[in-house]
Design a protein around this ligand. Sequence first.
Ligand SMILES: [Zn+2]
Length: 249
Amino acid sequence: MRPLLTLALLCALPSSSAAKSPLIVLDPGHGGTNRGAYGATIGQHEKALTLKLARRIAFFLRELKAPARVRLTRNRDRYLTLARRATLANSWSGTLFVSLHFNASQSRTQSGFETYVLNAKASDREASRLAQLENGTREQQPRGRDAVGAILADLEQRAMYARSRRLAKQVQGALRQARPKAADRGVREAPFDVLMGLKMPGVLVEAGFIDHPDESRELNQATTFDAIAQAIAKGITSYLRRPKKVARR
Ligand SMILES: [Zn+2]
């Protein structure tokens, strides 16, 4: 009897959670042994900053009274594969997924913020390089363009793409308003593994360059950091409050 009871309880869980408000899944990039980029001025790795950013976004979502619950894929410094992040979000029946990152450039001359959606083909060479960097080499089996293309060919995924773009535009627009002097690098596309397999709209935010001498100093200031967190929270909230425009079937 016990296994049956357990099964019955498990089956009951999704329907009861589905009746709840929408769920925002925030994904602090990297973690554990995967430290991400390093910001010399800040003296911190990307993994610490993404977790801090996720927590501040959650705080501002509460302040903005976003019509949704919030969950983080990780709430401490732990290693998570990219696939696991999407699996977690799917198992929670997430409404939307936002992966958080900070950028770095080889020349240390680039700065600004950008928001990505999943596409088989990167929008430009820089986007392609970034996807390779964020995807890493040892986390997952490499997936060819064909695999991504097959996923996107699915009708549901195409609807998801449209919603993801809408979410990306809201987030990028809010960041632009919050940081008018910083470089707006736009909404871009690339084959990010962490966005693959999501059963909900998803974006990846590169909130700034932690290795740029000036921008890293700005990111190190609580006011700038909070302005970024608040902007991302605003973008998410705007997206959630305009479901009619977003939904496309
Ligand atoms: Zn990253």
